[in-house]
Write a protein that binds this ligand. Structure first.
Ligand SMILES: Cc1cc2nc3c(=O)[nH]c(=O)nc-3n(C[C@H](O)[C@H](O)[C@H](O)COP(=O)(O)OP(=O)(O)OC[C@H]3O[C@@H](n4cnc5c(N)ncnc54)[C@H](O)[C@@H]3O)c2cc1C
Length: 430
């Protein structure tokens, strides 16, 4: 496929929160739009942890990109992983599932490829401590959690069961806090009536964090409220502590400053401590002759273009602009802005001059059943009111009516019965 045909071709790399919004804004525009993603689905990442802990199914938190864009005749969804870009020829190089290579020509390129989990120079941890960025990650984490409880159930002594009932979560940002809380809730509410040998309430969940408070991106009052809720759930929070080794049998942690080390035997270790740019960002930076900043992000001008490359835009988590956070709202707003700019440019032939302005609509984190925190400008809400607001926001932003209805139904069933039915696992890839 080549660009520079009778109609301009827009290639969007990534069908997450940002890329999908760009494609939707280009509805009816006289341009050929190609949405390239390495996966066939748009995934609602904020609910991945609920999929990992058996509350929601993978189908409830994802929608096929082709289905979401089925009514937009000018959009073609292409499955493949972008690996390189040749700006001279105006092509994105990509690979298919089977490893074969293909090229997509473009007149305008929008990169919305997001971030991946960062292991800070310790990629060897990946094997024992999966991160949580994709649907595959969530299903792998589910497999490990469910298998750990099943293994414990099959072992005769408490000593043998202990490592299987010890869960370590590294990183106390929203994902780490949500995962830790959900594992304790899964054990204490959902599984307690189903197991005969083990008492799942004995499940130890350790939340290990290098900083001095949980949820550091929230106001200190909300961090404290979250900490109290975690304590109430029985999550053991260790602050000022780094994970310094991970292996098949557990983790070693080291306290900041006095360098005291501790060892925890845990067969389930989960990693949520930091993110970095996806590998394609490096190829893009090198093609554009720019340095990567802040975890590998690409710095953009106020109209979200790569400096000196007006045909190339970067949005969402991958863009670096005014220290905006890597949250869904930034991705959606930047996607809408770029979609509208492209529409104007393609229709009038003139590049719009308005810069991107982010409107902070707030952020939220789920702590436990009936308890969430929400921060929107000066407004700080926690507890039940926070939980209701959190639920309303998440339902509103889930893609597709079917997912919204199904998610509401699953939440209601879990609230009423305490059970979690989404515990199917697939065999280990090892
Ligand atoms: C577990 C978790 C919980 C979160 N919770 C919240 C929350 O509660 N509130 C909030 O506001 N934000 C939350 N976030 C952050 C939010 O999900 C991100 O800010 C948002 O997804 C960023 O959107 P994006 O479009 O930039 O990237 P993404 O949504 O990550 O989409 C990137 C897309 O690019 C594709 N891709 C990547 N590389 C390539 C390639 N080389 N070729 C082709 N396709 C590629 C990926 O498959 C993916 O579909 C959470 C994130 C995670 C992981």
């Amino acid at each position: 496929m080549t660009g520079s045909g009778p109609r301009p071709r827009v290639v969007i790399v990534g069908g997450g929160f940002g890329g999908l919004r760009v494609a939707r804004q280009l509805r009816g525009v006289p341009a050929d739009v190609v949405l390239l993603d390495r996966r066939p689905d748009h995934v609602f990442q904020p609910l991945l942890y609920q999929c990992a802990t058996g509350l929601l199914s993978e189908g409830e938190i994802s929608s096929p990109l082709r289905h979401l864009l089925r009514r937009q005749r000018n959009v073609d969804v292409v499955l493949g992983e972008a690996t390189d870009v040749d700006l001279g020829r105006g092509v994105v190089v990509a690979t298919r599932f089977d490893g074969s290579r293909f090229e997509l020509g473009f007149d305008h390129l929008v990169v919305a490829a997001g971030m991946r989990q960062a292991y800070h120079g310790h990629d060897e941890y990946v094997r024992w401590a999966p991160g949580m960025k994709t649907l595959d990650d969530a299903l792998e984490i589910r497999r490990r959690i469910v298998s750990a409880f099943e293994m414990a159930e099959s072992l005769p002594t408490a000593e043998e069961r202990r490592p299987w009932l010890t869960f370590v979560v590294a990183g106390a940002g929203p994902t780490g806090v949500e995962l830790a809380g959900q594992i304790r809730e899964l054990a204490t509410r959902a599984l307690e009536r189903e197991f005969r040998t083990v008492d799942p309430a004995e499940a130890r969940v350790l939340l290990v964090h290098g900083g001095d408070r949980v949820l550091p991106s929230f106001a200190p009052t909300l961090s404290r409220a979250a900490r109290r809720a975690l304590d109430g759930l029985g999550v053991e929070t260790h602050l000022g502590v780094h994970v310094t080794a991970v292996d098949e049998h557990g983790v070693e942690t080291t306290t900041k400053g006095d360098a005291v080390t501790a060892r925890y035997d845990a067969r389930t270790v989960l990693w949520t401590a930091g993110v970095e740019a996806v590998p394609f960002a490096q190829a893009l930076a090198s093609a554009c002759g720019v340095e990567q900043v802040a975890g590998g992000r690409i710095a953009v001008t106020p109209d979200l273009r790569v400096p000196a490359h007006p045909r190339v835009r970067v949005i969402g988590d991958l863009m670096a602009l005014d220290e905006l956070p890597g949250v869904a709202e930034v991705a959606m707003q930047s996607g809408r802005y770029v979609g509208r700019s492209l529409r104007e440019e393609i229709v009038t032939g003139l590049a719009p001059r308005r810069p991107f302005r982010y409107r902070d609509l707030g952020t939220a984190a789920y702590i436990s059943r009936g308890n969430a925190i929400v921060q929107a400008g000066p407004v700080r809400v926690s507890g039940r009111l926070g939980w209701v607001s959190w639920g309303a926001v998440h339902i509103a932003f889930l893609a597709g009516y079917r997912n919204r209805i199904a998610t509401l139904a699953s939440w209601s069933a879990t609230l009423a019965s305490g059970s979690r039915r989404e515990r199917a696992v697939v065999a280990s890839p090892d």
